[in-house]
Design a protein around this ligand. Sequence first.
Ligand SMILES: Nc1ncnc2c1ncn2[C@@H]1O[C@H](COP(=O)(O)OP(=O)(O)O)[C@@H](O)[C@H]1O
Ligand SMILES: CC(C)(COP(=O)(O)O)[C@@H](O)C(=O)NCCC(=O)O
Ligand SMILES: [K+]
Length: 279
Amino acid sequence: MILDLDIGNTLSKWRLKDAESSEIRSRGAVWTREEWRPGADIPDLDVVEAVRISSVARAAVLDETVTLLRRQVRHVFVAHSQPEALGVVNGYEEPGRLGVDRWMGALAGYQLAGGCCAVDCGSAITIDFVLPGGVHLGGFIIPGLRLMKESLKLGTRNVAIDPESEADALLEPGRRTVDAVNHGIYMAAVSAINRIYSEVCDQQGISLPMLLTGGDARVVSRGVQVPHAVWPDMVYGGLEASFPLTFAERAGKMSGAPRVPEPVSLEKIRAGLAFSMLL
Ligand SMILES: Nc1ncnc2c1ncn2[C@@H]1O[C@H](COP(=O)(O)OP(=O)(O)O)[C@@H](O)[C@H]1O
Ligand SMILES: CC(C)(COP(=O)(O)O)[C@@H](O)C(=O)NCCC(=O)O
Ligand SMILES: [K+]
């Protein structure tokens, strides 16, 4: 069994993948700031022969996790942002400083779709661009939905946006604090994603497929007008591509990869931008 770990600022997500059948056998998540303790929702390490890790948490969290895992698991692979990998050239001036989850997303997106816009809606929302040919342009970072909400300190943090809400309902002006805040942060996030995508495609003269991941991907997806696919396992896809262990992975297959969305024409993107400028 292969254990894939995606340690974010809020949640540490894991999945167990059967190395023979490529099936995902189980999944879970624990709060990143809490210790891994028996009885918590953690995988059974007895069945694990290899671990692959992407972590953006404090160095101490990664160190502790690796120390704990090395005691029981033979192969432990830790991903790092590199200047270049798998045909993608990291756009950061200091490539090692790009969050490794973003790097994993860029690698997975490129392997799946070629040029792409990879959006990760977690504690932060990150929007990264890779051109066909593999040039990573860099990206954008904004606070995620929960951070935006908490920063207002209006006591609304425990009332999350209902993931089933229609985007139209979230467009309405709120008539109580919790709705005003939820609708506001939602609009801030989806407008930024729509606009940033259009601006960069316009600048680069190319229309790119968009891929969405992270804890808030489903709800954000409802408000993103750009054609896109939700890929919950995108960071894991980067781990599979970086450390291929199975036959399928060596052949470039990533578990749970969606169909590549067909982007709209550049003309349409530019017309949309021109229209929004007129208003
Ligand atoms: N059950 C949940 N528990 C915690 N956060 C959730 C849950 N469902 C959705 N979220 C949202 O997902 C975000 C965490 O997403 P995730 O992609 O795991 O973030 P990170 O990678 O930064 O840890 C939270 O900030 C919150 O807005
Ligand atoms: C931007 C991030 C905080 C996003 O982390 P997440 O929301 O997935 O927990 C993370 O990718 C990070 O710490 N990046 C380092 C800074 C950078 O990418 O420029
Ligand atoms: K993120």
